[in-house]
Structures are given as C-alpha cells and as structure tokens.
Design a protein around this ligand. Structure first.
Ligand code: MG
Length: 394
C-alpha cells in the first residue's frame, strides 16, 4: 500500500516527461506564436481539433489536360525541369519506380521555371513501413511560389498539431478533413493558388488557396497570411510576380509523381483580368477596345454599292463606345439610307423589307439603351416607311 503512491508518482513524472519531450519536438504548449485577436489558437496548437477522418473514394488515374504544363511524368527528361534549391549542395532528387523521390539531406527540389497563380496537380506517397511520428513521419511539402507550404505528411494514422497536418496551409489552416490513403499509396492533391496582389503598399487581394486531397475538399479558398513558416505567425505581405514550385526535403524519402500545372487567368478588378465583375475603369477600357475591334471590322465591309453591312457594324460599335466620329458617320449613313429608301421606285421598295426591318431593329435597340434618342430622325422616318408599307403587320 505504501509503494503504490510512490509508483504512481514515478509513472506521472515519466508521462509528463514524455509529454514534454513530445511537445518540444511537435508543438504546444508554449511553443508557436500565441493566440491573438484573429487567431483563437496558438501556432501549432495541440488544442486545435484534429481533422475528421473522411474515407476517400477509390483512386482513379488522373491525366493532365491538354493545356497543362507537365513538370514530372516519370521520365528522365522531366529532370531537366528541376534543380536543387541549394545550388551549393548540388544534389538532385532521384527517379525510382517512376516517382520523383526525395534524397534526405539533398535539400529542396525546385522547378527552373517560375509560376504565379496556378492550378497544380501533385501526387505523393509516404515511405512504407512508416517510421517516426507526428511531424517526423513522411514529412515533405509543396511550396507554392516557394513561399506557401501545403503540408505533405503521413497522417494516415499519425496525430500531429492540426495546422501541420497533411494538406494544411502550414501553421495557418488545418485541413477540413483527413482523407489520406495508407502510406505507400499515392495521394492525389489538387491546388488552386492565387497569390497576394498589392498596388504599392495597398493590398488589393490577399490571395487564397483551395486544396482537394483524394477528391475531398480540404482547404476552401483560405485567405493567405503571407508566406508560411515554423512556429511563427505569418504576416500578409507582397509576393513576387512569380516563384518556383518547391518540394521539401524534411529528411524523409517521400515520393512524388504526376505533377502538372495550369496557369490561372488574371483576376478581374485587381489584375488586368476580364473574368468576373470589373471596376468602372476596367470596364470602360475593355469597351473601348471592343468598339475599336468592331470599327476595324466595319472598315473591311466598306462597299459603296452596298453600305448596309458596314453601317450596321458601325451602329453595333456604338453599343460599346459612343465615339463622336463614328456616331456622326452613323448619322450620315443612316440618313442617306432612309433618304434612298424614300426615293426608291414603288416596285423596288418591297425588296428592301427585310433589310429595313433589320435596321429598324438596330435603331430600337440603340434607343432602348439610350445610345440614340427615341426621336432619332432616321429611326422615326424608317418607322414611318415600315408602317406605310404595312411591313409592321404580321
Ligand atoms: Mg513539410
């Protein structure tokens, strides 16, 4: 009876020591930057919930779309696209069984080409049998622009701090789920990455990342907080236009395959992009550009014997930009057209029915959108001709 409390004490001390040891290598307590006004958890906080397990569907072979830039397809030729990140070490990862394998100690592998916003497909497999635990088991990383790490880690059966879990935005955002396959099997990762955009010191778009792991959404358009790092709270900042894709050497022979990338279109409003709602300034610039293109096309249709196609195309250009010179040309051409119609012999007018109605439709459209006034003289006159000829009746 006297021994038991002493034994309990010894066991408690051992357990605490072991917990402390684990904490020293894997995170909290008193480890990463503390909670703050926007982060209820510390960086690498073990009190942050573990991602729930979601069983992935059966693996399906993924193939690069035609517009993808293939960075690794298992062939030696692809090594040309990669180089050691640490040129002094000068050691390169190796191809084994068609996979790009990390050689521990060689440093990160990086692409020679640099990329900005992109969609990236990567497949990775952790070593088997598994060795180590927490951050020590099958650790690597996919570094977008060399700055933002999407964690690679064998968490199939391996708890770790959740903001360092596989598919976390490392130190920032734990994955929504754990859909990992066992070590040795390839995980299919799809990343959509948008980097921060600044104009001088003003942040126009903080950037974000969306990640799917084995077809399961694990990062849902997570806002970036600058580049990622260990223990420290990352801070928003401007990024370079482009950066290399880097794969991390964390001392484990993690294997990669099927790596391909598609650049994403520029964002509307912040980049000179046209996908999505545009600012007034950007919209007007684009409309001007379209109008110029339509006018250029109209010039090709110039035909004194049949001016109608050119006239209609010029009228169309006014929808995008009411350029004074073009508006005056349209006034002149439509006025002449209506005058010509009025002068036409009675037996020849009938042949103009469809054409006149088409031009009338264009007038109506331009008036509806206030590009010409409702009482625009050629429009009023043409309407009268159409009525007099009975073309307005069905
Ligand atoms: Mg890592």
């Amino acid at each position: 009876m006297k021994v038991r409390p002493a034994l309990t004490t010894v066991c408690t001390v051992l357990l605490l020591a072991s917990a402390r040891q684990a904490a020293s290598s894997t995170g909290s307590p008193f480890y990463g930057d503390a909670p703050d006004d926007h982060h209820p958890w510390a960086v690498h906080d073990w009190n942050r919930p573990q991602p729930p397990r979601v069983e992935p569907g059966a693996p399906q072979e993924a193939k690069p779309p035609a517009d993808a830039l293939v960075l690794f397809d298992g062939t030696e030729a692809c090594l040309e696209k990669w180089q050691p990140d640490d040129q002094k070490k000068g050691k390169m990862w190796v191809i084994k069984d068609g996979a790009f394998e990390c050689v521990p100690g060689s440093g990160y592998a990086r692409t020679k080409e640099e990329f900005g916003d992109c969609k990236l497909h990567v497949e990775w497999a952790a070593p088997t049998p598994p060795k180590g635990d927490s951050q020590g088991r099958g650790n690597s990383g996919i570094f977008m622009e060399g700055l933002v790490e999407i964690q690679v880690l064998d968490d199939y059966n391996n708890p770790t701090y959740s903001d360092g879990f596989a598919c976390s935005v490392y130190g920032v955002s734990p994955p929504l789920a754990n859909p990992l396959r066992p070590p040795g099997e390839f995980q299919q990762i799809d990343i959509e990455y948008r980097h921060p955009i600044y104009k001088e010191k003003e942040c126009l778009d903080p950037g974000y990342v969306t990640v799917y792991c084995n077809g399961v959404l694990v990062q849902d358009k997570i806002q970036l907080e600058g580049s990622t790092g260990h223990m420290g709270r990352s801070k928003p900042r401007p990024f370079p236009e482009k950066g290399p894709l880097k794969l991390q050497d964390h001392g484990n022979p993690v294997r990669f395959r099927n790596i391909w990338l598609q650049p994403l279109p520029p964002r509307a409003g912040v980049d000179p992009g046209i996908h999505g709602p545009l600012t007034v300034e950007a919209t007007m610039a684009k409309r001007k550009e379209i109008a110029a293109m339509v006018r250029e096309d109209a010039a090709k249709l110039k035909d004194p014997a049949n001016p109608v196609p050119e006239m209609l195309r010029l009228m169309e250009s006014l929808v995008y930009e009411k350029e004074e010179k073009t508006a005056a040309t349209v006034d002149h051409m439509t006025g002449q057209y209506v005058e010509g119609l009025k002068q036409l012999a009675a037996d020849k007018v009938g042949a103009k029915k469809d054409e006149a109605k088409r031009i009338n439709g264009a007038f109506k459209y331009l008036a509806k959108f206030n590009i010409v006034p409702a009482d625009y003289a050629p429009k009023v006159e043409l309407e009268k001709i159409i009525k007099d000829q009975g073309w307005d009746k069905k």
